[in-house]
Design a protein around this ligand. Structure first.
Ligand code: 5GP
Ligand code: MN
Length: 335
């Protein structure tokens, strides 16, 4: 990334759109809002547009109220995209990840800046800051501000937003992508006003009884295939409905499978009748690449040890397909 050119570009006020991937998570919302607050400080007109709704446990974040959701505020979103001098795309690297916004983004001839930590970035952006070794896009926003010589501009609001994404994308600082530098960044964020305990409570201690009971269903539906070191969970639309499912309620469930001793590869299949798909989350430990697995079989991708995908088959046919693929990975999974 040519940080000097970006600094020059940001030296006069611009209309800037910040956007992120469909079904935004803590890193997507955290990085978008952190950058938004920073750009406002620099004197820009900045607006965050998400493709669709995000979980309630993020609905306390500074600036969250002003986020425009493309699926419900389509016309406003479209005109903001048209007017933009600059579009930042955060926490994704292929326009297809932006859901129904894809066409509008592909149509504009404005300048794109990509900041992202997923594998295999696409070529739509003029400025690309891509680093698959990074814990989170939020950590990259910190380094982005650092490269522009503006760490002193990090307010408590910005520090809070960055903290959220690092925390959620690292499973609270435990995944392998968490480095000594990540910890140094986080320490600096606390120095600059991020209230770590409050942030953890706001994001994680927001269970409802029905959500905990849904977790019980997930545990009941957990299957282990020891010959492949695989664990998988299914969640039907009926089960979700029975527990008043809301976006974000199944977050982290897939990790329960991965926590079983000997399991190297864990998957959760979640039926989404409205979209007519099965949403798939994949996690692994060690050398097994769920990014490759999902790319090859389930129209998805992501990171080496954490990826997503989808299937147009029924829930049971999707599981059958998954199980039928496993023998060709038996050797790899048993290495
Ligand atoms: P999750 O399983 O939590 O939805 O996603 C895990 C990781 O994979 C995240 O970094 C997410 O951005 C990415 N991801 C999720 N779904 C998809 C997908 O359908 N395609 C691609 N390329 N990446 C995905
Ligand atoms: Mn991320």
């Amino acid at each position: 990334m040519k940080f000097k050119e970006i600094k020059e570009l940001l030296s006069s006020p611009k209309n800037i759109v910040i956007t992120t991937h469909k079904n935004p998570d803590g890193d997507a919302i955290g990085s978008s809002l952190a950058l938004h607050h920073y750009l406002l400080l620099l004197g820009h007109h900045s607006i965050v547009i998400t493709p669709n709704e995000y979980p309630d446990f993020l609905k306390w974040m500074p600036g969250e109220d002003d986020i425009i959701k493309y699926n419900t505020d389509t016309e406003i979103a479209q005109s903001k995209i048209k007017e933009a001098d600059l579009i930042f795309t955060l926490d994704f690297n292929h326009l297809s990840r932006s859901g129904d916004m894809e066409n509008d983004l592909a149509k504009t001839d404005t300048t794109f800046v990509m900041i992202d930590h997923h594998q295999q970035p696409d070529g739509y952006a003029k400025y690309v800051y891509s680093d698959t070794g990074m814990s989170s896009t939020c950590q990259m926003i910190y380094h982005f501000i650092e490269k522009l010589d503006d760490l002193d501009k990090i307010t408590a609001e910005i520090a809070t937003c960055i903290y959220v994404g690092i925390m959620t994308d690292t499973g609270s600082f435990k995944f392998r992508s968490t480095t000594n530098i990540t910890h140094r960044v986080v320490a600096d964020l606390i120095d600059r006003g991020a209230d770590n305990t409050n942030i953890h409570e706001s994001v994680y201690d927001t269970n409802t009884l029905s959500r905990l009971q849904l977790k019980g269903v997930a545990l009941k539906n957990l299957n282990v295939l020891p010959e492949y070191k695989v664990a998988y969970i299914t969640m039907s639309q009926k089960e979700l409905d029975r527990h008043s499912f809301k976006k974000g309620d199944t977050e982290g469930f897939v990790n329960m499978g991965l926590s079983i001793e000997g399991v190297k590869f864990a998957v959760i299949f979640i039926e989404n009748r409205k979209e007519g798909i099965i949403k798939i989350s994949l996690r692994s430990k060690g050398d097994f690449s769920v990014n490759e697995f999902s790319r090859n079989h389930f129209d998805g991708g992501g990171h080496h040890n954490a990826a997503g995908g989808k299937s147009n088959l029924s829930l049971s046919d999707t599981v059958d397909k998954f199980i039928s693929i496993l023998p060709s990975y038996k050797k790899l999974l048993n290495q």
